[in-house]
Design a protein around this ligand. Structure first.
Ligand code: DX5
Ligand code: ZN
Length: 216
């Protein structure tokens, strides 16, 4: 079980210190939300920031690309030092080729679906990926409420994973707090992205501890 802080809710004017603080709690996997203002109605950061973060941390940099044209950006994030690159199924014409291209660069390939996309749509691509990301909020913003419908998708993935003895990781993103994390854990999630529950907490260390307790 892994807790992956989403830096979207961190203070962007002092990202390195924000990372260091949660690393001191034990964080070794950062979720980096990349938004282009087209695929989602918000804009965030790009490869230059990932490149800067790369020089400040050894933790996994997991880039969640919420962009309209992710394929052209794969090499950008590879060169910036990303370890995991997750693309949205909804943005891809040829998901298999996109995943294979990430893997050819020696990086882990992830595939994500929005809340309105049926989980079964992932089925043809499960043999070509390292991580599946189930969005439990509409992508675009931190601090939204968890959508419990996402848990049925997680359960379907758990069945697929068992049936095929696969090794990809099931990740969830959006509205994760100790209560929803516990429910997601019970459904079979292995990697929990949490933004506001960590970075907007008045006591971040306690928030980290409470989340870790919930997913243990
Ligand atoms: C939303 C992003 C999430 C976001 C989660 O589009 O993909 O990673 O940071 O934020 P919380 O944990 O606050 O819901
Ligand atoms: Zn995300």
């Amino acid at each position: 079980m892994r807790l992956a802080p989403s830096i979207l809710s961190a203070d962007f004017s002092k990202l390195a210190t924000e990372l260091e603080e949660v690393e001191s709690f034990g964080a070794d996997w950062f979720h980096v939300d990349v938004m282009d203002g087209h695929f989602v109605p918000n804009m965030t950061i790009g490869p230059v920031v990932v490149n800067s973060l790369r020089s400040r941390t050894r933790a996994v940099l997991d880039c969640h690309l919420m962009v309209k044209d992710p394929v052209k950006m794969i090499p950008w994030f590879v060169n910036a030092g990303a370890d995991v690159i997750t693309l949205h199924l909804e943005a891809l014409d040829n998901p298999q080729a996109a995943l294979e291209s990430i893997r050819k660069f020696g990086k882990k390939a992830g595939l994500s679906i929005k809340p309105s996309t049926p989980v079964e749509n992932l089925e043809p691509f499960l043999g070509f990926l390292d991580l599946v990301l189930i969005m439990s909020v509409e992508p675009g913003f931190g601090g939204q409420g968890f959508m419990p419908e996402s848990l049925a998708k997680v359960k379907w993935l758990v069945q697929q994973k068992r049936a095929t003895a696969a090794s990809w990781i099931i990740q969830i993103d959006g509205g994760i707090n100790p209560t929803t994390a516990m429910a997601a854990r019970a459904a079979g999630v292995e990697n929990f992205v949490a933004g506001s529950a960590i970075f907007s907490a008045s006591d971040r260390k306690k928030a980290w501890k409470d989340l870790m307790e919930a997913i243990r």
